[in-house]
Write a protein that binds this ligand. Structure first.
Ligand code: PEP
Ligand code: MN
Length: 323
């Protein structure tokens, strides 16, 4: 287990008293040779400066981070005039899994804008498990998406699947989505980052938090102005839900790493009846926004119909439960 901080003790310091004070602040420590205490990763958030003030502490060293740009990333970011994080109201990004037709995306844009969404989502390029499934209308769908969003005062978030499509996607998207399956595609991360647009980076379905943060680091290193990490569920052993929504990771990124993390409860749940409770739970855990799939006729949806919410369900996602 890697320590978060190495706390060195002043000569003659009362080790038990320092340990008690660290514990009082929610920090778990492991003693070493008597001259140092290791602060363990499941501890509460604290800055090195706060720990240096504790009587008996001579110094605090942080092990070198592998992701310095992520560590310095602001807690709040502006994406085309919409603020994510830093106490701003949660941002709703909603739309169909795939952009199905110009008429359809336009009708959905109107409905989600009325329901409080700030971003319109929809894939022009769809990563599909089966080669026989609908894989998106490609470039024409990007233009439909942008026109529909503009007509209803929405911003655009859409996925880029390949390096060859980065410039077409960057021309229409306010926020470029890197899908779960591509979180480890470092060539795509680099190409997307070079478009100099904020990136929404979905967590790979078997990626550790550290690997996810390093994917974000790749993006920032190659020029992305901001990254919104997106938790969308990881592979679990239980098929009851499509994926296992890792709310611990949402809380960790929001409260310890202080990043504008967002959550996609649709791909986590895989079924519409659980999308609202999971989305609300993610907001309670600290998510700065939600990416949600919506369809007016889910039975006819070209992809992911079973998890699509009707637009009328969107406002409940953002209701604060005072009960
Ligand atoms: C999507 O948002 O449409 C999508 C394909 O999601 P994920 O990459 O999380 O599977
Ligand atoms: Mn989908």
């Amino acid at each position: 287990m890697t320590a978060v901080y190495v706390v060195s003790l002043a000569p003659g310091a009362d080790v038990a008293a320092v340990t008690r004070e660290l514990a009082r602040r929610g920090l778990w420590v492991k003693p070493t040779d008597g001259a140092c205490l290791l602060v363990l990763p499941h501890s509460a958030a604290a800055t090195a400066a706060q720990l240096r003030d504790i009587p008996g502490v001579a110094g605090v060293a942080a092990p070198r981070s592998e992701h310095p740009r992520v560590d310095a990333h602001p807690a709040a970011v502006d994406v085309a005039g919409v603020t994510f994080g830093g106490g701003a109201p949660p941002v709703l990004m909603a739309g169909p899994c795939a952009v199905e037709s110009e008429e359809h995306i336009s009708a959905i844009a109107r409905a989600v804008a009325r329901a409080g969404a700030r971003f319109l989502r929809g894939g022009a390029y769809k990563p599909r498990t089966s080669p026989y499934a609908f894989s998106g209308h490609g470039e024409p769908a990007l233009a439909w998406l942008r026109r529909a969003a503009d007509a209803h005062g929405l911003r655009v978030v859409t996925e880029v699947l390949s390096e060859a499509d980065v410039s077409a996607v960057a021309d229409v998207a306010d926020l470029i989505q890197i899908g779960s399956r591509n979180m480890h595609n470092f060539a795509l991360l680099r190409a997307a980052a070079r478009a100099r647009k904020p990136l929404l980076v979905k967590r790979g379905m078997a990626a550790t938090v550290e690997e996810w943060l390093l994917a974000a680091e790749h993006c920032l290193h190659h020029g992305a102005p901001a990254v919104l990490p997106c938790e969308r569920g990881i592979r679990g052993f239980d098929p009851s839900t499509r994926n296992l929504l890792d709310l611990g990771a949402v809380a960790l990124l929001a409260h310890v790493h202080r990043l504008p993390v967002v959550c996609d409860p649709s791909h986590a749940a895989g079924r519409r009846d659980l999308v609202v409770p999971l989305g609300r739970a993610a907001l309670a855990a600290g998510a700065a926004g939600l990416l949600v799939e919506v369809h007016d006729r889910p039975g006819d949806a070209l992809s992911d119909g079973p998890q699509a919410l009707p637009p009328s369900a969107l406002p409940t996602l953002l209701e604060v439960n005072h009960g």
